[in-house]
Design a protein around this ligand. Sequence first.
Ligand code: AMP
Length: 560
Amino acid sequence: MTKRTSVTTSAAGFAALGLDPRLLDALTALGYEEPTPIQQASIPPLRDGRDVLAMAATGTGKTAAFALPLLHLIDPALPPKQRLRALVLVPTRELAMQVAEAVHRYGKTLGASALPIYGGASMEQQISRLKRGVDVVVATPGRALDHIRRKTLALTGVRMVVLDEADEMLDMGFSEDLEAILSALPAERQTALFSATLPARITAIANSHLTNPVAVQIERPAVAPGETAKVRQVAYIVARAHKMAALARILDVEAPESAIVFCRTRTEVDQLTETLTARGYRAEALHGGLSQDQRDRVMKRFRAKGSDLLIATDVAARGLDVKHVTHVVNFDVPWESESYVHRIGRTGRAGREGVAITLAEPREHRLLRNIEAATRQKIDIGTVPTAADLRSRQMEQLRDQVVKTLAENELDRYHAIIEQLAEEHDVMDIAAAALRLAARRADGDVEHEDIPSIMPRATERSGAAPRPARQARREFAGKVGGAVAKLYIGAGRKLKIRPGDIVGAIAGEANIPISHIGAVQIGDRHSIVEVPEDKANFIIARLSASTIKGKKVRVRRDQA
Ligand code: AMP
């Protein structure tokens, strides 16, 4: 039986954390139903004015964990020079944009403005924007320091500073910049430090710059649950923009008899339900925005196999127990391992093998690793089925249907047409045309496009602690932002070139921030590196005029 849970239509859990009602409205509009564990633990102490030291990976909801409290400090009515109340420091330009966008989204109802500030962008524009006054600045440390030294970033009114992804900032060599910025800030301020890992260097910063911080750590080593043993677990690493298409493709190929798809927000539930319904699935939405009656009806239909897919938020699906579920899909990686274990425990019941599918964004690989560590089970990384895979699967299904139809032996009334057609056409062709017609009916004869899925590199999956430099470099992949150019560099493994040599040469010779250098692939005799398109020619010129590992090498745009 379903346990009746009291889900209300507003973000009630957030209200209990002491957030401004206008922020609650913003969260409800975004479709958030409940605070995530990291939000639950961090928001109250930050609202109380305490410092916080939080261990949280990307994908746990950490941005809102600091953004919501800091929005309480702003006062858009202040004169421009005194307006800046919060400074968020982040390792990369991409993150600066993302976090500023998140602050803007959450703070819209308060009239808050957030400005991302990073290297490589026009200094003048940033200065003129700062002059007009902003409430929150989200900056990479190098550029923040630049502004502080030019006195274009006035810190006197700053009440809170956040170090986001602190471990990455250190890995990227920002330690001195951070020290300088923290020393330049008013002593009377709050400090929040968020980091995916807490190595000694982070605790050292915390010791010298945080005052009596509240320590927040969510992941507990969960006990390995026997339940998950019967479940085939696979994850796909897909960029956010491709997630809907990827899920639809995976479902088309997996053809689940009955699946629950978990989403983070109501909005996602509604969008996904719409997308999958349009693709011919019998999908139904289940979230806290529905009345208890509506939810009961949805669950009843799902139990009675009147629908194939239940698209749900965690809150709404709490206590839901359905025997015949063959697939559990995590449209997003759950906030914590416990929730993952709980969700996938809903499939593979009664001795049957179940399937758990998880879609993760490239930056969320750490959450997957946490889950693997907690469950002591491996999650395979799959590649999103290609259009060709789907076609071959559809052909297989078509073939099976033909065999079934042949066995039914009720074909006499079609014989006449075929005899007639056969006077002018080859029987093979007639059969093929009939199949094409059937396929078109089933699938709308749509052209399927390939969806890029990203394979993590070997070290990412090994679980071995990577060396900091390597880890940082890996995180750069895909962060170039804007148009990207691929450069061919005529040196590779044979010359003992490592990605660090290439990143180092570009950063050093062309003075490009490491965060603007993308993925590096090392071949035997050559390497390929991604760089910002607008810097490509300059980098080629500078590298061609210098050496890598003491050798002159050919550098050009990659033709491939
Ligand atoms: P983050 O770990 O900050 O990168 O957040 C991961 C994702 O979770 C973002 O897409 C957020 O919009 C979303 N998110 C954060 N908090 C919540 C919440 N309480 N409920 C639903 N989604 C959330």
